[in-house]
Design a protein around this ligand. Structure first.
Ligand SMILES: Nc1nc2c(ncn2[C@@H]2O[C@H](COP(=O)(O)OP(=O)(O)OP(=O)(O)O)[C@@H](O)[C@H]2O)c(=O)[nH]1
Ligand SMILES: [Mg+2]
Length: 256
């Protein structure tokens, strides 16, 4: 052991002497090149990982995003929630996959509160999204339908979503309630509302339009299959843990 240490000291001494013999500029340049390379590698790997595994939970206030977030992470609802004023942001292995053997890739889930004041937060996270879950209150659907369609319209006309073909899952939540509307009904109504919104926004002078991408095919009644990115409609209930549709969506776009 002592021999090895002595040998190592000799090597270090030789290396030091060699470095001292080199012109200092050359040493500085070599150190700078190594530092920049390491920084670049770290930046690229950070960018890659944040892009590949972020799932954004969006939707109106009260639709059930935070309950869904807890169900996905902990398999429980934490005895209810209050209106969120901050986003929930965590990277975790889905609770339903904790028992699975082998390595499972963690998912980065961001729950963006529906409060109008926090809307700009959505623009910050959308560029990193591998998938967007749009939560709709299926029980209280009729009274919130117009606002839900407006929020969805904003997402479906964002360049970052359409150009990168980010998939959107419309999750009709609260179907544990017998009075909840079916996903077929919600899909049809949302398509109708989005069609109306498109007409009214097209009627406004083009200088006032904020849409980055036009929605659907011009001259045809709107339906989700016209979107360049994949839009699917499913149902479930965060409160009772019926969230398998969301888990399947996540695993389709964030590979395990
Ligand atoms: N019956 C039923 N109620 C639910 C379900 N999911 C959420 N809720 C209720 O809906 C209310 C709102 O849920 P949250 O998860 O806080 O809603 P949110 O979308 O995070 O709302 P903001 O934070 O304001 O954007 C709570 O009272 C929940 O208990 C569900 O699947 N079924
Ligand atoms: Mg919330």
């Amino acid at each position: 052991m002592d021999e090895w240490v002595r040998e190592a000291e000799v090597w270090v001494g030789q290396a030091e002497r060699w470095i001292r013999q080199q012109p200092p500029e050359q040493v500085y340049v070599a150190v700078a090149v190594v530092a920049v390379t390491v920084l670049l590698l770290v930046a690229v790997s950070c960018l890659k990982s944040s892009k590949a595994n972020t799932i954004v939970l969006s939707g109106l206030s009260g639709s059930g995003k935070t309950i869904l977030f807890y169900q996905l992470r902990d398999g429980s609802t934490h005895q209810g929630t209050v209106t969120s004023m901050e986003q929930n942001n965590d990277t975790f292995v889905l609770h339903s996959e904790l028992e699975r053997r082998g390595k499972v890739k963690p998912v980065h889930v961001v729950d963006v509160p529906g409060h109008a004041r926090l809307k700009p937060k959505l623009d910050e996270v959308l560029p990193q999204a591998a998938g967007i879950v749009y939560v709709v209150d299926a029980q209280d659907f009729l009274s919130t339908m117009h606002a839900a369609a407006e929020y969805l319209y904003d997402i479906l006309t964002k360049a970052t979503v359409v150009k990168k073909r980010v998939p959107v899952l419309i999750f009709c939540n609260k179907t544990d309630k017998v009075t909840a509307h079916s996903k077929e009904f919600i899909k049809k109504q949302l398509e109708k509302e989005l069609n109306k919104l498109r007409e009214s926004r097209n009627a406004i002078s083009s200088a006032d339009i904020t849409d980055e991408v036009k929605l659907g095919n011009p001259g045809e009644a709107f339906n989700f299959s016209q979107c360049q990115n994949k839009v699917t409609v499913t149902e479930g209930a965060g409160l009772t843990g019926n969230v398998s549709a969301v888990e399947e969506f996540i695993r389709e776009y964030v590979k395990a």
